[in-house]
Every structure is written in C-alpha cells, then in structure tokens.
Write a protein that binds this ligand. Structure first.
Ligand SMILES: [Zn+2]
Ligand SMILES: [Zn+2]
Length: 365
C-alpha cells in the first residue's frame, strides 16, 4: 500500500507531496490514518523559519503537523489497548499525544513528561527514512512505542476532535495549572484558535467574567459566540485598555491568559492583574524576543507568572468531555476552515493571513 505525505525541507519553499510505501507498524507501534489535521501556530513558526533561527535549525526534511485526529489502520505487535486500558482494533478513532517523555529523567519520574527536554525531540523523525509518516500533514502517521494515545467516543465530531491533542488540551491544562477558580474574572489576550477555546474553557471552569483583547473585529465577534462577556479592541493607547480591564473587573483580573503570541502582550497583560493575580503564558513562543519586566512589581504585588508548554496526556480525555458537554451549545464549526490535503500549500498561505482561527486539512473521510 502506498500513501501520500507532505515534506518540509526548506524554509520559504512549498511543502512537497510525495507518495511512498506505507510501512507495517513495528512492535509497540500503531499505524493510523490521519482524518483531519489542523495548522497550529507552531507549524507556522517552522514554516516561516522562526523556530529554526531560534534553536539553531533542524538538519533534515520533516513532515509537519501534530494537531490531528486519526483512525487506527493497523496495530503493531504487543499493542492491545489504548493508554486507559481500553481494547483497540482497526477502525477505532484515536487522539494521539504528539510528544513523548524520555522516561529516564527527573521530570518524567515526577509524571511531568510534558516538561521533559526530550518530549518533542523523541517523536521527531526524518521524512526520508522509514517509517516516513512522522507528521500529521500526511495520509498516515506512525505512533511510536510508548507514545500515548486514547480511543475517542464515536459521538465526538471529527472536525472538533482534531483540536483535542494540541489547542484544546493545551488550554485546559494551562488553566488547570494556573489554578483558575470558580468566580474568577479572566482576561484572554489573543482570539486565535487557542484564545477562542480559552474563553469557552474558562467559562466551563466557572469563570465569572471573561474579557478578550484582540486587534481583529471578526475574532472578537467569534469570541462572543464562545462566551466572552466583553471584548476590547487592540488599538490606540494601551493605558486605556488597562483602565478598561480594571474597571470591568473592579480592580484587576484574577487570571490573565496570554495566547497572543508576542512578548509585547506580556508587558501589557501583567498590568491587567489585580494584586495577587496569576498570569499564564502559552502563546509567546518567539525565541529571543524579550519583554521588559520590573521584578519589584512581581514581588510587591504577589503576582504569579507561569509558562505552560504541552500537557499531561490524561488531559486528552478531559478535552473529549469538554466537547461532549458543549457540542450542542457552542458553534465549534465556526473555528475551522476546511481545505483538502492536496491543497496544503494554499492552506498554509491562508493560515498566514490569520483570517480563520484554525485551518483544517481534510485528509480522509
Ligand atoms: Zn500545536
Ligand atoms: Zn524525560
């Protein structure tokens, strides 16, 4: 059997669709067929070269794409169940953790594989060698031995399920980690895919008011559909925005969530908080770009700053629950803009425009 994959080998060049032999899964592996794959912000950081400039560069062609939902095609020797012990067979729909801890370090021993230095590197493989299917912008994906995956219930819509293993679990885990509490006033900076979901999840977790700040009117409108109580347009004087937040929250937000993707947002967002407030950074992955900070303010006002990357694998199940609870209440379909796999390069160009929260690659029915 042959299958198609898209290869990213040079910054500034389009992805190249190739057709290769689909390998049999090795012992402990699972071969899955990708159904829907979304273009996430971090894919764009790779495409634009931002990620390479910061980390010194990758040296081989890879298959991008990590936010996806898939169907089991073939199970390797020794794999009997998912990571909740549910038996699996061909045809089951699964959500796959796109990272894997090394299992041999202190943070892994502490059960925090999301913080392991090897978590992303351990899943990265070269596109030109077997098993080839190592990213989600392809017809298949080979789940590595020890890479956690969970069988999904049949009633979770595929287009929404695609966001489970990155954006949605990221937001749910981040808000859990920062310690959002019932009745909190929350500000979300940035109304892209993560931001829209952060609004809905914060509400679901009992937030009182959710305020969203973004520069694009359409995004702010969409945030309202997902539960935003107030929206603030990112234009003009930042001091006015700070004053508005303080007024709406009667003194400052309990929790501020940065999913704007720029350190500038951090400088402003810090000032949205009340004394003792908590600040969650999840979007500003712009290596070497900095923001100015006055530590004495952090100390004096008892502020908490927390960066969160990846999530505890079990969060995938919390994400599924969230979708099932909200699928009839929230217009999830408005988040995704579907493009067929053959047009992946057009999809990437569309993602650059930031017109839609999530560009979804439809790979297979
Ligand atoms: Zn992602
Ligand atoms: Zn580790």
């Amino acid at each position: 059997m042959k299958g198609k994959l898209s290869v990213f080998s040079q910054i500034g060049h389009p992805l190249e669709i190739r057709e290769v032999e689909v390998p049999d899964p090795q012992e402990g592996e699972v071969l899955v067929r990708v159904l829907r794959a979304n273009i996430c912000g971090s894919d764009m950081h790779m495409v634009t070269g931002e990620a390479f400039r910061a980390f010194g560069g990758l040296f081989y062609p890879i298959v991008l794409g990590h936010e996806f939902v898939a169907r089991i095609e073939k199970v390797g020797k020794g794999v009997k169940s998912d990571y909740l012990g549910k038996s699996i067979s061909e045809g089951d729909i699964v959500s796959v953790c796109y990272f894997k801890g090394c299992g041999r370090c202190k943070v892994c021993a502490l059960g925090k594989e999301f913080a392991c230095l090897q978590s992303l590197a351990s899943v990265l493989r070269e596109a030109e060698k077997p098993p080839y299917f190592t990213g989600a912008f392809a017809e298949f994906y080979v789940v590595r031995q020890g890479q956690k995956f969970f069988k999904l219930d049949k009633d979770v819509p595929l287009n929404v399920a695609s966001a489970i293993n990155c954006a949605l679990s990221q937001v749910i885990f981040g808000l859990k980690e920062i310690g959002i509490e019932y009745g909190d006033n929350v500000v979300v900076q940035g109304a892209g895919g993560l931001g829209i979901l952060a609004v809905a999840v914060a509400k679901d977790m009992g937030a009182k008011k959710v305020i969203v700040v973004d520069a694009v009117d359409e995004r702010l409108e969409l945030a309202k559909y997902f539960g935003a109580d107030f929206t603030i347009k990112l234009d003009g004087d930042f001091r006015e925005r700070i004053a508005k937040v303080k007024e709406l929250t009667e003194g400052g937000a309990d929790v501020v969530v940065e999913v704007a993707g720029t350190p500038l947002a951090v400088m402003e967002g810090i000032k949205y908080m009340r004394r003792g407030g908590k600040y969650l950074i999840m979007g500003a992955i712009n290596p070497k770009q900095k923001f100015e900070a006055d530590p004495s303010v952090w100390i004096g006002e008892n502020l908490t700053l927390k960066g969160v990357s990846l999530y505890h694998p079990y969060t995938i199940l919390l994400s599924q629950n969230f979708i099932k609870r909200n699928v009839d209440k929230l217009p999830f379909d408005k988040i995704f803009y579907e493009v067929p796999f053959e047009k992946i390069n057009e999809a990437i160009d569309l993602a650059k425009t930031k017109k839609y929260p999530r560009i979804q690659i439809k790979v297979c029915e």
